[in-house]
Design a protein around this ligand. Structure first.
Ligand code: FAD
Length: 392
């Protein structure tokens, strides 16, 4: 196949797409400023002191050795008319097709009092790295009998079950290390991923430690005050010793700059090719994309990147891409050795990626410990497998 493809973002989506394109013989440049990628899946375990941050770090040696050309800088501007990407190092790349997988930006304009400086006091830890370590340190240093407040945003956001896995593992940490401490989870919604499984596990494992406040009970956080260490809803102000605030999100800034983000802040795409609905020849995959019923997960970003890369290969060869089927599985740990999962299968239907009914499902609500242990092991295997496929 012929044609120049540029991929922006070397995370689960972008690194995958670059490797598939290179394997097909296309000239592909992957633009990523970081020397080391820090993966979010399993970073909740880092927060609970169950694994080091180094277990989340992946270099790009494997990607480079596979033959992909890496530009170790960031994309600053995209010109969809001239089909060029301007990089921070001053160079410009021409493309026939551009794939963006830039991930998310935290919205520091959405929650009163929560800006970038506040995140240094009340970490979001929704991008793995310094924020993850800050929250882990704060929890470890918290006085016995202290209060942790965790604020969860409304949909859509990166990793739908992630906040509830985090709540579970923080509760596990408190129960085992600071048994008189409490965790209050304030949620801007009433229903969430794997809810029955989480709630029955919380009842069994963390009564008296974890208190969950849904929207209907006044759980929506409306303002925070990092100086006072307080978190306010319309009904109550909570004093926290440690506050983890996960704010609303949008696609990373390059998406809006390229003209592929709509007013929601996310990127509408065609469900067969992941080509932008707003800009021809620019494709968007991963968290930044509006992918219908598919959640914003690493599993989904990887699956979408494969489908998108195959479509780009077809389009450059002037073939019509065929309709894909995509899979997602999200594992969560409720405690060490206690895993639960949700799986889905998706296909393009009436212009969007729709859930194929009956094809997915969650772990059984009533299951013996052996099943939970097995799923925790599957989660580990999944992480090892996907990170080896993307970065190995
Ligand atoms: P990212 O992985 O964020 O990659 C984006 C990359 O683009 C980054 O490396 C960034 O540096 C780069 N970039 C951004 N802008 C530019 C630019 N202008 N120029 C060049 N490069 C740029 N998913 C699962 O499937 N399973 C899990 O168990 C799971 N657990 C999670 C737990 C937590 C606590 C969190 C926060 C997330 C979790 N996720 C999980 C979700 C997963 O991390 C994301 O869905 C996934 O990383 C999305 O991949 P992406 O390629 O879209 O973005």
């Amino acid at each position: 196949a012929r044609g120049r493809v540029v991929v922006v973002g070397g995370g689960f989506g972008g690194a995958t797409a670059a490797r598939v394109l290179h394997r097909a013989g296309l000239a592909v440049t992957l633009v990523e400023p970081a020397e080391t990628y820090l993966a979010c899946p399993f970073s909740n375990e880092v927060i609970a002191g169950l694994r080091p941050l180094s277990a989340q770090a992946f270099g790009y040696e494997g990607v480079r050795a596979s033959g992909v050309t890496l530009a170790r800088t960031s994309a600053e501007a995209v010109d969809g008319a001239t089909r060029q990407v301007r990089l921070a190092d001053g160079t410009t790349l021409d493309y026939d097709r551009l794939i963006l997988s830039p991930g998310i930006a935290l919205r520091f304009d959405a929650l009163s009092g929560y800006d970038a400086a506040a995140a240094g006091v009340m970490p979001h830890a929704w991008k793995a790295g310094a924020q993850t370590e800050l929250l882990a340190r704060q929890l470890a240093a918290m006085p016995e009998g202290g209060t942790v407040v965790l604020s969860v945003p409304g949909n859509p956001y990166r990793c739908p079950p992630g906040p509830y896995e985090r709540a579970s593992l923080i509760a596990w940490f408190l129960k085992t290390r600071k048994p008189r401490a409490k965790l209050i989870v304030l949620d801007a919604k009433d229903t969430f991923s794997k809810q029955k499984l989480f709630e029955s596990a919380w009842k069994a494992l963390y009564p008296g430690t974890l208190e969950y406040v849904p929207l209907a009970s006044g759980g929506q956080v409306t303002a925070v005050d990092p100086g006072e260490m307080s978190v306010a809803t319309d009904f109550e102000t909570y004093k926290a010793d440690v506050a983890c605030i996960i704010p609303p999100q949008r696609a990373a800034p390059i998406a809006a700059q390229a003209g592929v983000a709509d007013r929601s802040g996310w990127c509408p795409v065609d469900p067969v090719t992941f080509e932008s609905r707003l800009m021809p020849r620019i494709h968007v995959v991963g968290d930044a994309a509006i992918a219908g019923a598919m959640p914003k997960s690493a599993f989904a970003a990887n699956a979408q990147a494969k489908v998108c890369a195959e479509a780009v290969i077809d389009l450059l060869a002037e073939r019509t891409p065929s309709a894909p089927k995509l899979i997602n599985t999200c594992y969560s740990l409720v405690a060490p050795g206690y895993g639960i999962s949700v799986a889905g299968v998706y296909h393009p239907d009436k212009g969007v990626l729709a859930d194929i009914e009956g094809a997915g499902g969650t772990s059984p609500v009533d299951a013996p410990d052996s099943v939970r242990r097995q799923e925790a092991a599957y989660a580990e295997d999944w992480y090892r497998t996907i990170t080896a496929a993307v970065f190995g």
